[in-house]
Design a protein around this ligand. Structure first.
Ligand code: NAP
Length: 318
């Protein structure tokens, strides 16, 4: 994008919220541009089977579903740019933003940047990052075929990761800080009923241990602490997969938009942020439902609101 034309609307993010917003705006002839960010397709590209997106009675492969959403938005004229937006100036109209070397402007913005996996915050986690410390079983599980791995967390993601890894690995530990799972019953039962999954309750990971003498670090185990007795123990594992929730991708906003105390974007019932013409949709705002279908719904709402806003302000088709 080298020209200096003012775009009607820029959508930042390419998960279900971003693609749905683009689809609606493209069909309304609003010439949307999507900046995909560094993970085009968002979190569903790191999942396997999506069984709860209506319309697919047999389920759908996550990455395929996202590619179809992209194709559908593109079919009606969405422009797609595979770059990450790093900064936005909300102080002047039209808004201007930076993405790599691009400087682009638009009358309206939809922020749909989603959320990223939470880390434990251990130094050793960084030492062994991608060398036994991972956040996506579908992406990296294949490296540990026939080995022993651990999944940390007690939610649906942890159950999904553990069940997936159990098919590849000899043994999977699930390490959870409480003695009760947060996961839905169906996903919990599936993991609890899998023979090569062993649950380690009331435990946190204190350290990732391994060999750092070679060219590349190699994870060999975890040091755990019992949250009830404070006792430590070590287990041998070849990898640890973190599934302990997510952090909204709002750092690039530099607190220029109203965020809540967990850094999720605050919106009203129309997906409108505290700045007129700026909307937010999907996991970047939603910490309650966090589903593909709810994100898509918010993408739709924000697109309809952008259309109304641009028409009301006399900015449509400028
Ligand atoms: P989540 O439900 O927030 O669960 C996060 C888990 O990590 C919790 O068990 C939590 O423990 C634990 N945890 C958080 N911080 C931790 C820390 N610092 N150290 C150790 N443990 C920590 O997140 P999620 O599992 O990613 O699920 C997010 C949403 O996506 C949910 O609504 C879920 O239903 C949905 N989801 C659906 C599917 C599906 O249907 N196919 C698959 C994946 C996710 P506590 O329980 O003690 O808080």
């Amino acid at each position: 994008m080298s020209d200096k034309k003012v775009n009607e609307v820029i959508i930042i993010g390419s998960g279900p919220a971003g693609w749905t917003a683009a689809l609606y705006l493209a069909r309304a002839n609003m010439s949307p541009i999507v900046y995909t960010g560094k993970q085009p397709g968002g979190q569903l590209t790191t999942t396997t089977e999506v069984e709860n997106f209506p319309g697919f009675p047999e389920g759908r492969d996550g990455p395929e579903l996202m590619m179809d959403m992209e194709k559908q938005a593109k079919r009606f004229g969405t422009e797609i740019i595979y770059k990450e937006v790093s900064d936005i100036n909300f102080d002047a109209r039209p808004f201007t933003m930076k993405a790599g070397d691009d400087e682009v402007s638009s009358h309206a913005i939809i922020i749909a940047t989603g959320a990223s996996p939470r880390m434990l915050g251990l130094e050793s986690e960084q030492t062994f990052w991608n060398r036994g410390v991972h956040t996506c079983a579908v992406c990296d599980g294949g490296f540990y075929r026939g080995k022993t791995v651990a999944v940390v967390g007690g939610g649906d993601s942890a159950m999904e990761e553990a069940t997936y890894l159990a098919k590849l690995c000899e043994k999977v530990y699930v390490i959870h800080r409480r003695d009760e799972l947060r996961a839905s019953k169906i996903m919990a039962d599936r993991a609890l009923g899998t023979k090569n999954i062993e649950f380690i309750w009331n435990s946190t990971v204190e350290e990732v241990t391994g060999d750092t003498s070679g060219n590349f670090p190699k994870t060999t185990g975890l040091k755990l602490k019992d949250t009830q007795t404070d006792e430590s123990r070590s287990i041998d594992v070849d990898a640890m997969f973190l599934a302990i929730g997510h952090i909204p991708n709002t750092a690039f906003l530099n607190d220029k938009i109203t965020l809540d105390d967990e850094k999720y974007i605050v919106v009203d019932e129309r997906q409108q942020t505290n700045i007129a013409g700026v909307y937010a949709a999907g996991d970047v705002h939603d910490k309650v439902y966090r589903q593909a279908i709810t994100a898509a719904g918010m993408g739709c709402k924000s697109a309809l609101e952008v259309e109304r806003y641009l028409t009301r302000e006399g900015l449509a088709g400028e």
